[in-house]
Design a binder for this molecule. Sequence first.
Ligand SMILES: Nc1ncnc2c1ncn2[C@@H]1O[C@H](COP(=O)(O)OP(=O)(O)OP(=O)(O)O)[C@@H](O)[C@H]1O
Ligand SMILES: [Mg+2]
Length: 209
Amino acid sequence: MITVKNLTKSFGPRTLWRGLDLTVPAGRMLALVGASGSGKTTLLNCMGLLERPSGGQILYEDTDLTRLGPGGRRRFRRDRLGYLFQDYALIENATVHANLDVARRRGTRPDHTRILERVGLAGREREKVHHLSGGEQQRVALARLMVKQPSLVLADEPTGALDSDNGAMVVDVLRQMSRQGCTVVIATHDDDVRDACDAAFDVHRQREV
Ligand SMILES: Nc1ncnc2c1ncn2[C@@H]1O[C@H](COP(=O)(O)OP(=O)(O)OP(=O)(O)O)[C@@H](O)[C@H]1O
Ligand SMILES: [Mg+2]
């Protein structure tokens, strides 16, 4: 479960939100919606410790993430967090296999073949990521998440570069992860994604919609 309490974020004189409260229980999938520029990516980045809020707290289970030191932040990212970025954040010059392998947790042996089949990239392990299309790279990023099996998934426009079939596949995979107890938060402009979530939270209005 992740709980955002009384969160404020300003960039210079500009305040994106003030007093934002939001809870996503484990096993739930929440859509973050709202106009472009309302701060969906910024909120995900605050939850993922890539951005510091200007005020308030973010609790993951019983830990206040905003108070973690560098070691705690690193462990949270390594052991808990799965992030699907708008720009995929893959290692461009490496193979699909290598990109999956960096996410592997110690002591686990995930089945790359099955995972790549699941995302429609069967047999593509040896290809360099920079030769893949945008949508294929987006699916490699999803496969990497399946390898990592995080307990919190933050996804920023995960269907942005995809056709509707592949978009539905992404949502299916995220739903499967949430059924296994993962907390899933998805920033999206896509109504199909929003409809597939358990609830939607409008970042501009600061309430469920
Ligand atoms: N590092 C930064 N410095 C200054 N302003 C920033 C910074 N990061 C984001 N912003 C501003 O904060 C606002 C919210 O940005 P954000 O990317 O969170 O919006 P968004 O809801 O994700 O939009 P979109 O739907 O277009 O992805 C924007 O006006 C943006 O310019
Ligand atoms: Mg955004």
